[in-house]
Design a binder for this molecule. Structure first.
Ligand SMILES: *Cc1c(COP(=O)(O)O)cnc(C)c1O
Length: 413
């Protein structure tokens, strides 16, 4: 059996009813998704936005092919202005994460931006504080960057990893900075970004938030929560393509005082003056280190247009409806298979994914992928399903669970 063999008539009418009232239903047509596939991995690599291929073809054939080096600026006969592409992308991202455009620098990977953020935050933190407080299960790259930077700074810092349910209790006067990912990549648990930021500030610490599984998945309000630093990933819920440029957020009140660890020429106030001394550009542009990644930035710039007419509150409402539906449909399977839900059932406590533990998770996911039901396996035993309201329907949740049930039933037979 493949997904295509499932009879459409069997989809419960209450789910079809929810889909007919879906304000985002038309967005699916804006993605080029392969037929016969339910893609539950947009939290790992977002799919291809319909306009990206033509945009990249234009960039290559016209902007690069014909205008060559002239494309770095805007000319009389062309308007590329590649030099300011990071700033234009920053303006589109700002709206999605509740920031001012001048607080966002676009470019490099999330990892490199974590380095820039942590280096700046450690310098700005009150003197004598040596603890970087993090979630024991934070994403590996966040932990590794903290370890590497701490070693570079002479090893005087301690990366303190604590369970994410106990963070508040560990906010002592030793903590320089909290380094947290809002949504856990394995469980999908969402931390209270605003609450923890307020608690960290009350304890005198600065905050860095990793928005890899937040930006584009639901509304984020960095300014509203008074966050100090944040980073985000361009290729997950933002659909910017494999290895898309990431972003760094630096709150306006820190821009003048935050040291720029990678002070490159593209973040200089006057790039082509070629001055011998570094003078930072205004705003977060100073954190753009080297030459903008034009191909990747162009794909991301185009992909972000899918959000132009989208209200992120609608995205959140639909995400919660889809994830609740998915969890409810999975319940009967959990009674006859060793599936353990690890995603919080409380809506406020989850992002836009649903995960289960299963002793044969790796094998089960391989079988699902072979049938066109593409999710993720994460060590040691996690089945992870990313739910993306821009191109999923409630009927998709039903079809996905039918497929998962078929694979599990066959496997145990
Ligand atoms: C995906 C992900 C990253 C990605 O980092 P890259 O440098 O872009 O590879 C970082 N942090 C978290 C929490 C992630 O989920």
């Amino acid at each position: 059996m493949t997904l295509k063999d499932l009879p459409a008539t069997a989809i419960p009418t209450d789910l079809l009813e929810l889909d007919t009232r879906d304000p985002l239903a038309h967005k699916k047509a804006e993605f080029l998704l392969p037929p016969g596939v339910i893609y539950l991995d947009g939290n790992s690599l977002g799919p291809l936005y319909r306009r990206v291929p033509e945009r990249l073809a234009h960039v290559m054939e016209q902007e690069w092919g014909q205008h060559l080096i002239r494309s770095w600026t805007a000319g009389e006969d062309h308007g590329e202005d590649w030099m300011h592409l990071p700033d234009r992308v920053a303006a589109k991202l700002a709206r999605l994460v509740g920031a001012r455009p001048q607080e966002i620098a676009v470019g490099d990977s999330t990892t490199v931006n974590l380095f820039k953020a942590l280096a700046a935050a450690l310098k700005l933190a009150p003197a004598g504080r040596r603890v970087i407080l993090t979630d024991a299960d934070n994403f590996p790259t966040d932990l590794y960057v903290a370890q590497g930077l701490s070693a570079l700074l002479g090893g005087g810092y301690e990366l303190r990893r604590v369970p994410n349910t106990e963070l508040a209790a560990h906010l002592t006067d030793e903590v320089a900075v909290t380094l947290l990912t809002e949504v856990d990549y394995r469980t999908g648990r969402r931390l209270d970004l605003a609450g923890l930021t307020a608690q960290a500030h009350a304890a005198g610490a600065l905050t860095i938030w990793d928005l890899a599984h937040s930006a584009g998945a639901f509304p984020v309000d960095l300014n509203g929560a008074d966050v100090d630093f944040a980073v985000g990933c361009g290729y997950k819920f933002l659909n910017g393509g494999p290895g898309a440029p990431a972003f760094l957020f630096v709150a306006a009140q820190h821009l003048e005082s935050a040291p720029v660890a990678i002070s490159g020429w593209m973040g200089h106030a006057d790039v082509f003056e070629m001055a011998r001394g570094y003078v930072p550009a205004p705003g977060a542009r100073r954190f753009v280190a080297g030459t903008p990644q034009v191909l990747g930035l162009s794909a991301l710039d185009s992909a972000l247009d899918v959000f132009t007419d989208v209200d992120m509150q609608d995205v959140r409402a639909k995400s919660l409806s889809l994830t609740s539906t998915f969890m409810a449909l999975m319940e009967p399977l959990a009674t006859r298979h060793p599936l353990e839900l690890v995603t919080p059932t409380e809506p406020a406590d989850r992002g836009s994914q649903v995960s289960y533990r299963h002793p044969r998770a790796r094998e089960v996911m391989a079988q699902l992928v072979a049938r066109g039901l593409i999710g993720d396996y994460r060590t040691p035993d996690i089945l992870r399903f990313g739910i993306t309201p821009l191109y999923h329907s409630h009927a998709d949740m039903w079809r996905a669970v039918q497929g998962i049930g078929a694979v599990l039933d066959e496997g145990s037979a």
